[in-house]
Design a protein around this ligand. Sequence first.
Ligand SMILES: Nc1ncnc2c1ncn2[C@@H]1O[C@H](COP(=O)(O)OP(=O)(O)OP(=O)(O)O)[C@@H](O)[C@H]1O
Length: 622
Amino acid sequence: MSEVALYAHPARLRAANWLRTLAALGVLIGTVAVLTLVFGRTGERIALLMCVNVAAVVALAVFCGNTGIVSFGHGAFMALGAYASGILTMPAGLQRSALPELPGWLSGYELSVLGALPLVLLVGLCFALLTGSAISRLQGASAAIATLGLLIIVHSIAISAREFTRGSQTFYGVPRITDLTFVLLAAIGVVIVARLYRESRWGLFVRAARDDEDAASALGIYPRRARLVAWTLSGTLATLAGALYGHILGAFSPASFYLGLVFAQVVMMIVGGMSSVGGAVVGVVAVTILQNTVRNLEGGITVVGVTLPEVFGLTTVSLGIAILLVIWLRPQGLVGGFELGPGAGARLLDRIKPTVPVTPTPRPVTTEILKARGLSRSFAGVKAVTDVSFDVPAGRITGLIGPNGAGKSTFVNLITGQYAADTGTAEIDGVHLTGLLRHRIIEHRVARSFQNLRLFSGLTAFENVLVAALAAGYGRKNANAVALRELKAFDLGGIAAMRADNLPYGARKRLEIARALAQDPAILLLDEPAAGMNPAETDDLADRLIRIRQDRNIGILLIDHDLRFVNRLCSHIVVMNRGQKIAEGTPEEVRANPEVIEAYIGRGRVARAADASSTQDQVLAN
Ligand SMILES: Nc1ncnc2c1ncn2[C@@H]1O[C@H](COP(=O)(O)OP(=O)(O)OP(=O)(O)O)[C@@H](O)[C@H]1O
């Protein structure tokens, strides 16, 4: 069995992911052990801060790695956690002197650190939900800038809310944590939560939306909601990390959670590789070692009798150099893109017995008809689709052909909510699709593929199909089974563990159809599925589509320029030209239609070829 085939089962794929995370945790625990055993109390303090940083950076990566948006705002959550936990745990006597103006309802609790933690997490959760409702609407650079804005606002509030924080003065009297095991366990807990989330339904949804928001929406994922979940979990975990940080420091000020800290943590995340949980852990360990080594050099050291001069700011400079080197030499980070090769890891996975997957619960056989009525859409005066009406019934493959720019893709985009129709409707089973939000279309069992490949490039082939099944409403076990079924149907089982962007072109085309079929659609809209395939691949795809139509009775709308392919598959063909439907009927009827011939070869040539008996066949055979 080939190495990749070895993992082609959900249990083994999951185990491969966990192995990577466990390896990273091994690095963390090993480093903690070396620090404490070799460097005594100094090493213990470094280890404490390193564990807190692991919790904070993994929390940060829960949002950044899964959404692809770099956040500079997580210092705000850390500050919230530190101040909230500090106030709740501070001895009453110290509190009276440190925070004399603290409102009565907030003073004198004297909770233990563990006792305060649920309340602190609740505060973090509420704050994350509040801020996330705005930030989750944004993407890319604007989202990143919004998080920076959040950091600046919270920093200013922390300075002005003197009765709670002592303003820019040191906030002291916070009970100290010195128990390394407790902090290490907390860090491991955060790593486990992050790993579970990443593999969960919501983790898969948000990673799919990160890679392609349009394709994710077409599957029924609501990207904004998926980002809100990521932000809320990430912010809550960062609040926990902040509380721990505050208890390790014992005294801090708003500056402790500002740009310096945020920059260091972003560097740690990027150095390790922000798209993986293990990457965040390894990044923290690597940068901690770097920072402490450079810090020793900063004060000037003597090497073989030569005393090096003191260089202030060398630690920060080293962070800058580290991030530049990583971006230049290894943009995916130290751990990003790392795949388990053959050897110990593969042998371990081999021991996992693939349980027989459940058979997916069958959905009712479909009888639906997709009806388009008078659909029109213009773009700045260009009439892309004008008054187009026809049916796509279940159990039939309907062809939609026409020259370039005829309006075929726009027609599909109107049905699937990608574009709003100017006029007209599309309905299935009496339900109007036009007017529905994109991610609601799949509820009516209409799935699609895209003209240009729109796979989730950072997800494996298996995850691409799994996420579609989950978005269609399948439970986890059924979704696993559906994903395996579709991968098998398209001969992709052996490459299930490969990232979609590493697959050969033909496999990627098949994967996109497998993904759409995992949604168990009643109607499937395929936009140029054979484009770029060689004749053998096209024939193979035709065989598979014929089998799928027969077995599942689904209705397929097939757009393609390869008319041999269309003729072989379709018993009914619709022809569009310049946005309008110009013909509809059996392949023979369409072939005989002069308007179709004219659309394909032009008016002049039609006239010249008028006597040639083979003209009609030539037109649709090319
Ligand atoms: N988002 C858009 N903005 C502006 N014009 C658009 C947009 N989408 C489509 N069009 C225009 O609408 C017309 C129809 O395009 P469409 O992509 O639907 O044609 P098509 O039949 O799918 O062509 P092809 O076979 O080349 O893919 C074209 O003139 C195109 O430029």
